[in-house]
Structures are given as C-alpha cells and as structure tokens.
Design a protein around this ligand. Structure first.
Ligand SMILES: Cc1cc2nc3c(=O)[nH]c(=O)nc-3n(C[C@H](O)[C@H](O)[C@H](O)COP(=O)(O)O)c2cc1C
Length: 207
C-alpha cells in the first residue's frame, strides 16, 4: 500500500470523536509502513461540485455515449475529478459521525458524486460488479446514542448504508464504532475498547 486516504465526514476538527480514533489508527499504521502517503479529504472544508439536473442527465447520456451540453459536461467533469482523487488511493479510512440516524449530508453528496457506473462499478445483465475489489476501507463511526439493542439497531441507517455502498463498489469494509458519546457512560472505557479493535485491525487490514 502506497497511499491511504482519510475521508473526514465530521466538521468538528480535532474535537471529533470519529476523527480522533481514525487518526489514532493512521498514526499507528504510519509507524509500521514507512513512507506511506496519507491524504486527508475534509468534506466540510472542500468545495464539492454541484450535481443537479445537468449532472443527472449527464449520467444518463454518458452511459449511452450521447453528447453532453456544456453545463452537463461541467457537472460531469466536476464529479469525475473528485472520483479521480478518491481512486488515487490504495485504501481508505472514513471517519463518520451519525447524523439523524444516517451519514452527514456532505458524505452523501461526496458518495453521490463518485459512485457512478464505469467509475466505481459496472452494470451488466448479470447485475452490478464493483470495480474496487481487492481494496479495503475502514469506517470509524461515532454516534451519540447506543444502537446495539434489538430496538435501537433498527434505527441505525448509517452502518447499513455504508455496507451497501462498499458492497456495490467492491470494497472490503471494516468497521469500528465509538458509541454513546452523548450519554453519561465511561467514555475512556469505550475509547480503549475501540482502540483495541483498531490495533487488531492493523494486523489484518494493512500489514
Ligand atoms: C446534526 C447532528 C445530528 C445527530 N444525529 C444523531 C443521531 O441521529 N443519533 C445519534 O446517536 N447521535 C446523533 N448526533 C450526535 C453525534 O452522532 C455524536 O455527537 C457523535 O459522537 C459526533 O461525532 P464526531 O465527534 O466525530 O463529530 C447528531 C449530531 C449532530 C451534530
């Protein structure tokens, strides 16, 4: 692995729980993979291109080799350049807080830009084939509540969404979750448990 990309979906900078734990993982990896290129993509700091009516019709036309208008071309090329940057990595770490039971809107915007047929997956009569097979990603989730009981698990649309996306594009997704960040619980204990999982993942994931 030469290049690791950290896709940061929390706007909270150094205070972000998910980011702190993702950084812990990346720092440990850097110690054992000399010369590793680690790139940060801060979704709340970069300008994500618009993908509206023109983008949607460009998506339709591009799959049929139809000519694009200049506005369609602009939105399509904007999305393509974000996807090119994403695909320049060999592996990814996503740090993702739960927002309203799902992914923060910037991450949804980002994934909607890059997840295009012919870029991250192929479509044929037999179905979808991910184009990133053999590649791995780690998702570090953070949520204010606790979604591991039978009643609350059904509310969690963050992890199921990321699993569906990873499966579509062929990425092997590994996950850890720092939970209960807004509850009155032993946060150090939870952080240490997550760090222990991250230490284990280091062995199976990148080395
Ligand atoms: C806009 C917004 C929506 C949120 N929605 C939820 C939610 O649906 N469920 C939950 O458990 N926590 C929710 N939270 C709390 C965050 O998931 C929690 O504070 C998390 O630890 C933040 O992660 P971060 O520190 O990496 O940004 C929400 C926070 C914000 C700002």
């Amino acid at each position: 692995m030469n290049k690791l990309q950290h896709v940061i979906a929390s706007p909270r900078g150094a205070r972000s729980h998910s980011r702190q734990l993702a950084d812990y993982f990346i720092n440990e990896i850097e110690k054992v993979v000399p010369g590793l290129d680690c790139e940060e993509v801060e979704l709340f700091s970069i300008e994500l291109p618009e993908f509206s009516s023109a983008g949607a019709s460009a998506k339709f036309k591009a799959s049929r080799d139809m000519p694009l208008t200049s506005e369609e071309q602009e939105q399509w090329e904007g999305a393509k350049s974000i996807c090119r940057q994403f695909k320049s990595a060999d592996a990814w770490v996503f740090s993702i807080p739960m927002w309203n039971f799902g992914v923060p809107y910037k991450l949804k915007h980002y994934l909607d830009l890059i997840t295009q047929p012919g870029w991250l997956f192929d479509v044929s009569e037999s179905g979808y084939t991910g184009m990133l097979s053999g590649k791995k990603a780690l998702a570090v989730y953070s949520c204010g509540g606790f979604y591991e009981t039978p009643t609350t698990a059904s509310l969690d649309s963050l992890r199921p969404y990321m699993r569906i996306w990873a499966n579509l594009v062929g990425i092997e997704l590994h996950e850890v979750c720092v939970h209960s960040t807004n509850l009155d619980v032993d946060h150090d204990k939870i952080d240490n448990e997550v760090k222990a999982s991250l230490d284990d993942l280091q062995q199976v994931f990148f080395i």
